[in-house]
Design a protein around this ligand. Structure first.
Ligand code: SF4
Length: 110
């Protein structure tokens, strides 16, 4: 089961946008039920950082809400895709003005 770009969730959102809230909720629960089963034991968190809150979404999200600097790492791919589209407006010249900070990763990703 893939999480990012999951087809069931994409279909759920289409139903919500069409105003079919009940169908949207049903599809959303289908996704959540599959997620619950698939990730009962295995790691669902794509974050590579060396972090004691890895996979603990409740505390991870609370920490990011508290410091207000940036979002949890699992949101990066989605948000970067949207920023990339906006960045085309200036022919990606923002890239000349920014540098990603060094991150402390878990051993398997170093
Ligand atoms: S919210 Fe935090 S702990 Fe949960 S998947 Fe995203 S990065 Fe991992």
């Amino acid at each position: 089961m893939i999480i990012e770009g999951n087809q069931t969730e994409i279909e759920a959102m289409k139903e919500f946008h069409k105003g079919n809230r009940q169908r949207g909720l049903e599809l959303q629960e289908k996704f959540a039920a599959e997620f619950r089963e698939e990730y009962k034991e295995k790691d669902h968190c794509p974050c590579k950082k060396a972090c004691r809150y890895h996979g603990n979404c409740k505390e991870c999200v609370a920490i990011h809400r508290a410091h207000q600097e940036h979002v949890p790492n699992c949101m990066r791919t989605m948000i970067n895709a949207k920023i990339k589209a906006l960045s085309e407006l200036t022919e990606h010249t923002i890239a000349d003005e920014i540098e990603a900070p060094r991150e402390v990763l878990r051993k398997e990703f170093q």
